[in-house]
Design a protein around this ligand. Structure first.
Ligand code: BDR
Ligand code: CA
Length: 351
């Protein structure tokens, strides 16, 4: 079993990452911290809590709200993709003022105002037990502000971290400018700090997430729970359960947004759950190690993940950066990933 901490900004696809984190059999989720990103910090935290309640998560799993803005830049949100509240069009989640939802959000302890850091510190320390316990994979599916602060404030806990797996960046591909992906673009300084942190890093870039398209046929399968169903016609069957209805509305909104903004006709890419899928089953991916750094000053390329495909930088450490620092995933077993997702939906429905 892999023990994980999830830092996220829900966000339609982040919600499906939470579902995988709860229902993959070999994953143990310690807790969730939330960042600014797809929407402001308040919405991201409350959406994570609403997802935990909707998915019937163990009530010891809490949401720890994090830093409301990037380390240096001003915050940017993604209303055209996720709606102003991060979960536009998603039906059937509990209300933002539902007492069960509010109970999921970790309370402030006296004198502490970054609950994300406190939560990570406490859970990771207690799990690691100074080497007598187990290591933790930190998964990031939003801007990396919380994670960058964690590695800066608690260097003594770096040895407790098995790996950082982050959805972010692209190899010559961007969705915010021609070169930059949203999560990295929102807080490029944080991303560089995490890459510099001397802990194994795994990148799930757009090149891979754009392989995980929720086609009409997959949407249909989710609703019918029939592995042989591949009806890609225009009408979708009615959802049999409340969970399936919620996920269907989530996919439909995301699909419309991706069609309008990026012209994706076949369906939206499901970025974030791939990072959880990686921790559960790395064999599903092909990956190679490269030097990766973040462009922080480019006129046209701010937020780019500069992936050194031909190892130029290995012998150029004039900036203090040397060697390959990141495992960059390149391809994915798409069928296996979607079967994994549908199995988690069935498990959640049956629980
Ligand atoms: C990333 O940005 C967000 O909109 C998604 O949730 C995902 O984490 C994709 O660029
Ligand atoms: Ca996200």
């Amino acid at each position: 079993t892999k023990t994980i901490w999830l830092d996220c900004d829900p966000g339609h696809d982040d919600v499906t990452a939470i579902l995988l984190a709860l229902y993959l059999p070999n994953i143990h989720l310690l807790g969730i911290s939330t960042t600014h990103g797809n929407a402001g910090q308040y919405y991201c935290a409350i959406n994570a809590a609403r997802s935990l309640v909707a998915f019937g998560a163990d009530d010891r799993i809490h949401v720890y709200p994090g830093v409301p803005k990037p380390l240096v830049l001003q915050p940017q949100y993604a209303p055209s993709i996720h709606g102003f509240d991060g979960l536009g069009g998603v039906e059937g989640l509990p209300a933002v003022d539902d007492p069960e939802v509010l109970a999921r959000i970790a309370k402030d302890s006296e004198g502490a105002n970054i609950r994300a850091l406190e939560g990570m510190h406490q859970h990771i320390k207690d799990t690691w037990k100074n080497g007598a316990g187990s290591k933790i994979s930190i998964i990031s599916t939003g801007p990396m502000t919380n994670v960058a602060l964690f590695v800066t404030v608690y260097p003594e806990l770096l040895e407790a971290i098995e790996q950082f797996v982050f959805m972010g960046g692209g190899v010559g591909l961007g969705n915010m400018n021609p070169a930059a992906e949203f999560n990295i673009m929102c807080d490029p300084h944080a991303a560089q700090i995490v890459l510099d942190a001397n802990v194994p890093a795994v990148m799930i870039p757009l090149n891979v997430t754009h392989q995980a398209i929720v086609t009409r046929s997959i949407h249909h399968k989710l609703l019918t729970a029939n592995p042989r169903s591949d009806d890609s016609g225009s009408s979708l069957p009615p959802a049999k359960t409340a969970l399936k209805h919620t996920l269907s509305t989530l996919i439909s909104f995301f699909a419309d947004a991706y069609k309008t903004v990026f012209g994706f006709d076949d369906g939206p890419p499901l970025h974030d759950p791939l990072s959880v899928a990686y921790v559960s089953c790395p064999e599903m991916f092909k990956a190679r190690r490269f030097r990766v750094d973040i462009e922080m000053h480019g006129r046209h390329t701010i937020g780019e993940t500069v992936v050194d495909l031909y190892n130029f930088r290995e012998c150029d450490d004039s900036w203090g950066h040397k060697g390959k620092n990141c495992l960059v995933t390149e391809t994915l077993d798409v069928d296996k990933f979607f079967s994994m997702l549908l199995e988690c939906v069935e498990k959640c429905d049956a629980s």
